[in-house]
Design a protein around this ligand. Structure first.
Ligand SMILES: Cc1cc2nc3c(=O)[nH]c(=O)nc-3n(C[C@H](O)[C@H](O)[C@H](O)COP(=O)(O)O)c2cc1C
Length: 230
């Protein structure tokens, strides 16, 4: 090989066409969004609102404890109330709900098109189940499928403090290919409200899904874009 930069192999026109058609297919494929029983219901609601605003199709699965936390933290006691909180028009245009007890539903199969999966918030119980590959609910099975198909799996755990078991399970899923994105907002953007904190975390999730977002300010050297200084 000659000195200097290694040459990048350019794709053939046929390969370029195949690549861009698979990118288009992926943009149309649903993101599986799961809500489990960790604290952080406002993150889940905001994530669904922003995915709906971006017109991204979503396959939604909420665990029994996911609903318990939605109720306790955001006063959302049913799917109808979650639809209202997300916005009925956006919900109807983008969201297909699935029952967490139905392990035979579409997201249970690797043959179903998928643009990846986010579990937000993700309980340590669900992290443990994914780490062990138990697949005892649709959420656990869909996460297992996402890993085996080598697709993007974003887990948003919230627990503090964490035990050695929690840490080992998070390491195990990260080694299996999951992205562990703790619900842990930064403060360099000088948040003034709870929604600012929520948007910080949800903005980072959208970044990883490749969904354009402007809700989370970006660090620009010694100050965040749009602020006066660090
Ligand atoms: C009010 C409340 C708050 C909870 N907060 C958390 C939490 O922040 N993180 C966590 O891992 N589990 C939390 N749990 C425990 C989980 O909900 C519980 O382990 C449940 O079995 C998880 O099931 P799921 O993952 O199927 O939703 C909380 C439970 C309740 C009732």
């Amino acid at each position: 090989m000659s000195a200097g930069r290694p040459r990048r192999r350019s794709r053939s026109p046929a390969a370029r066409r195949a690549h861009s058609s698979s990118a288009r297919r992926l943009a149309k494929a649903p993101v599986v969004v799961a809500i489990t029983g960790a604290s952080g219901a406002p993150y889940a609601v905001r994530l669904l609102q922003l995915l709906a605003a971006a017109r991204r199709p979503v396959s939604l699965i909420v665990s029994a404890h996911g609903y318990r936390l939605l109720d306790a933290e955001s006063g959302i006691a049913s799917q109808a109330e979650l639809r209202r909180a997300v916005g009925a028009a956006g919900w109807d245009a983008t969201i297909t709900p699935f029952d967490d007890t139905d392990r035979g539903a579409v997201p249970a199969s690797g043959s179903a098109p998928s643009a990846g999966m986010v579990i937000c918030p993700c309980s340590m119980g669900t992290v443990a189940a994914i780490a062990a590959g138990t697949s005892r609910s649709l959420i656990e099975r869909a996460a297992d499928v996402t890993l085996k198909e080598r697709r993007l799996l974003v887990l948003v755990p919230r627990e503090t403090p964490v035990s050695v078991i929690h840490l080992e399970n998070m390491l195990r899923v990260a080694r299996a290919g999951a992205l562990v994105l703790p619900a842990s907002p930064g403060f360099y953007q000088r948040p003034a409200t709870v929604p600012d904190l929520v948007d910080f975390v949800v903005g980072r999730i959208l970044d990883h899904l490749g969904v354009p977002q402007t809700v989370a300010p970006r660090w620009a050297g010694n100050a965040v874009d749009g602020t006066s200084g660090a």
